[in-house]
Design a protein around this ligand. Structure first.
Ligand SMILES: [Fe+2]
Length: 473
């Protein structure tokens, strides 16, 4: 007789050990404590006829936004496909939604999860995956609203409840509901201290409020929960770096980068994105990061060649690109947000020729006519491509044009995903362009004023004011 999980969702297995292994995998996916692949393999061994573990493997790999993992994900979905005939409707739905993700139809996948959740609000897997792809495709409203629709239907004693509350906390923060976000994040952690997403949500609140000392102390306070054996460590080191940068501790940021955002610490593209984002901010402040960026770009091109490692690597099966050749080139046009960050690393490495080639390749692949059904097509058209052109202007020293182009793109930048904190690189680049070009000073001053009104004046804001010639009280 088919079993249910603890939240009442019907499962396509009658094996309790298989169910338990998949439940552990789901907890790992929500908490980032080790990749879920080993648990899902165990679930498959316990019940080779159960489709869901294969779907979960595919979704996990796709959630890393790593094009080199698509073929492996496709294989898992094909293995699930032959098992679907007797699977419950829920598992057929997850298979269909994950297949949509595989084909780049992220909006369509979220629409399917959304419909399902209206009737099944305690489907944690649907909540998690819809949240992740809401984040990637810049749907801030649903980052908050979708967990909000589901949470009252949950039992607070469920072990996954704190993790859903953490999703809600982050969604609140991305909707500028900072007080509620901090309260929800702290409540999630009171229920389960092992919830890095909740730690992260509160860190975002402190970032947006300019509380850089509070933020550093917060991450230090919870470091035991996120820094070791957790796939989210890299991103939380990045947040700690942001707090140091806000205090203008350049040396401290560089030390952090070398220890935690370089070399073997960077196993997947999302981690390299964080490294590039931090190095770019240092570059804007005049710190020489050329060698570090050149190393990062070189490493980016060798994705898939490194050995699998614990803590951040999803599986031992990372593959070379389907086309062969340079992995970075082959990833062009897959996800505009990642593409822009690769460009930042190239520009801060002072590798203009490579940057030109990269921009052209990303545009050609993302904006191809047959790519239109992909969610990334619109993200690249509306944000990725114009932002890349603006960054190229900036790198060429065309600061007036860069400032105007960045100003035009910042109003719609949320459409290519990421967080407010991540997209702040647009504003900081605009401030740097305006500081270098007297004709753009009024624009720089206006954007600086926005910054001043959002949070107390920090040492970093003071630095931008100095460079813009704006006197602060
Ligand atoms: Fe973040």
């Amino acid at each position: 007789m088919a079993l249910k999980d603890t939240r009442g969702n019907l499962l396509g297995t009658d094996s309790a050990p298989a169910r338990d292994a998949a439940e552990t995998a789901l907890w790992r996916m929500m908490s980032f404590y080790d990749p879920p692949i080993d648990d899902l393999d165990r679930a498959v061994r316990e019940d080779p006829h159960w489709a869901l573990p294969h779907v979960m493997k595919a979704g996990f790999l796709l959630s890393l936004t790593e094009p080199s993992m698509r073929s492996e994900a496709r294989g898992h979905l094909e293995r699930a496909q032959v098992l679907l005939a007797t699977a419950p409707a829920r598992e057929r739905m997850h298979h269909e939604a994950t297949t949509r993700v595989l084909h780049g139809r992220w909006h369509d996948a979220c629409a399917l999860w959304d419909q399902w959740l209206l009737e099944h609000p305690r489907d944690a897997l649907a909540l998690l995956w819809a949240h992740l792809w809401d984040f990637y495709r810049g749907d801030a409203i649903n980052l908050r609203a979708r967990p909000a629709r589901a949470l009252p239907e949950w039992d607070e004693a469920d072990p996954l409840y704190p993790h859903v509350l953490a999703l809600h906390a982050f969604g609140l923060e991305e909707n500028n509901l900072q007080v509620q976000a901090e309260e929800a994040g702290r409540r999630a952690l009171a229920l389960d201290p092992r919830s890095p997403w909740a730690i992260h949500a509160v860190a975002h609140v402190m970032e947006m409020q300019g509380r850089f000392d509070d933020g550093a102390a917060w991450l230090r306070q919870h470091q035991r929960q996120w820094a070791e054996g957790n796939g989210y460590a890299c991103h939380l080191w990045w947040h700690l770096g942001l707090f140091r940068l806000e205090g203008l501790d350049d040396i401290g940021v560089l030390r952090l980068v070398d220890a935690h955002l370089a070399g073997d610490a960077l196993q997947v593209t999302l981690q390299r994105v964080d490294a590039a984002a931090m190095l770019w901010r240092l570059h804007l402040l005049g710190v020489d990061v050329r060698e570090r960026c050149a190393a990062l770009v070189a490493q980016w091109g060798r994705v898939g060649a490194g050995p699998p490692q614990a803590g951040g690597s999803p599986s031992g099966g990372r593959e070379r690109s389907e086309q062969g050749g340079n992995e970075l080139d082959d990833s062009a046009g897959y996800y505009a947000f990642n593409d822009v960050h690769a460009l930042l690393a190239m520009l801060a490495a002072d590798d203009g020729a490579r940057a030109e080639h990269w921009v052209a390749r990303c545009a050609a692949r993302a904006l191809a006519a047959n790519d239109a059904p992909h969610s990334n097509h619109a993200m690249a058209r509306d944000v990725g491509a114009p932002l890349m052109r603006a960054l190229m202007c900036f790198a060429r020293g065309e600061h007036a044009a860069a400032a105007q182009a960045l100003y035009a793109v910042r109003a719609k930048a949320q459409r290519f995903g990421g967080s407010h904190a991540q997209r702040d690189l647009v504003d900081q680049t605009l401030l740097a362009a305006a500081a270098a070009e007297p004709a753009a000073r009024a624009l720089g001053r206006a954007v600086l004023n926005e910054r001043r009104s959002a949070k107390p004046v920090t040492p970093l804001t003071r630095r931008w004011a100095d460079r813009l010639g704006v006197a602060l009280a």
